[in-house]
Ligand binder design. Sequence first.
Ligand code: HEM
Length: 400
Amino acid sequence: MGDVTLGRGVLAPSSNLALYTDDVLADPWPTYQELRDLGGTVWLEQYGMFVHPRFEECRAALRDSDTYTSAQGVMMNDLMNETLQGILLCTDGEEHSAMRKVIGAPLTPSALASQRERITDEAEQLVERLVEQGRFDAATELAHHLPVTIVSELVGLPETGRERMIEWAHANFDCFGPPNARTEAAFPIVEEMVAYASNECVPGKLRPGGWAAQIWEAAERGDIAADKPPAMMNDYMGPSLDTTIFATASMIRLFAEHPDQWTRLREQPDLALNAINEVLRIETVLHTLSRVLTVEHTVDGVTMPAGSRVIILYASANRDERQFRDPDVFDITRSNAAEHLGLGFGTHSCPGGNLARIEMRALLTALLPRVERFDLVECDQLTNNVLHGLGRCIVDVRRP
Ligand code: HEM
């Protein structure tokens, strides 16, 4: 640790901390705290990148896509940035706006209104069955159901391949990290996903009227360039399942570990949305992405050269004590929980956040009257370069 002089005499706090080893991914919070203590902009020696570990700097960066571009990719390695070139996440400017209108159209609250009843019914039936069992795996039996049945049907990819969506999504996010063994192992799986998106997700093979088919229709109308749809398939395939699944499983673990918070929510169910935001804040499913600076830029006294890659540490920002009082405490009544960056912020903020919250809320609503308390039996964390979540979360339920 210390200061480092970069090219052209730029002085920055510097750290040799690793962010993507198994140990740190299992418990990243002390590392994030060390980085926050160093400053708002820190040079990461191991990766040759800057990082913004505090809330204010992360939010400012996400707000300013002219300076912090996504168009050179948001992953921490060149190969993946080349492979996913052209997806919404990695586009900026007018092209991004046009593509985002298409991807976001079925995800607006009014468009999703027609799905609410179905999601609620499915959640009720699922929860009734699981509570009847007495013990279930919140990471698989509970969290998979709505994304895998309803969301993947709405996206409307061809049947063959749908069963691989979760494996693909997981590999996809592993490849968002810097070059390491996990990225290397996952890359061939991502290549299969990209090939599937290009070869199978085409008109005639997609469910008519589905979200993926609507991308092709938009290209036919000229709303987006004709060569865009194959890459844009990845915008639904990558983030629509795994993220919500991880958030849901973490939500149950948190309530099992904090029975007082569950009791509070049962007494006051209108806190459900705030509780979901608090889950997205304290767990932050997507821990890191990055941007590239289009111009020289100074933040917290550190001047970063144009072309620098800067890691946005959403998860650390969400535990920044400058923004959130007692940030490590899970508190469903937190007055500013909704300020979290767990769904991003600004131009690239998550267009699927509404859907994720509808799914999570439907499950909570079904669980509240049926479960007095969750007892945690066993929990396993999954290791992924940028996603944070559980592979297994067995709970026993006590009924009222
Ligand atoms: C709890 C669940 C979710 C979490 C935690 C999450 C997280 C995020 C975050 C942090 C970003 C911002 C990326 C950036 O700053 O560059 C993002 C963008 C995005 N998310 Fe989500 N997401 C979730 C659910 C979904 C769902 C359900 C969908 C689709 C149905 C989705 C589709 C997208 C897309 C397409 C983008 C790119 C937006 C853009 O670049 O303009 N997400 N998500």
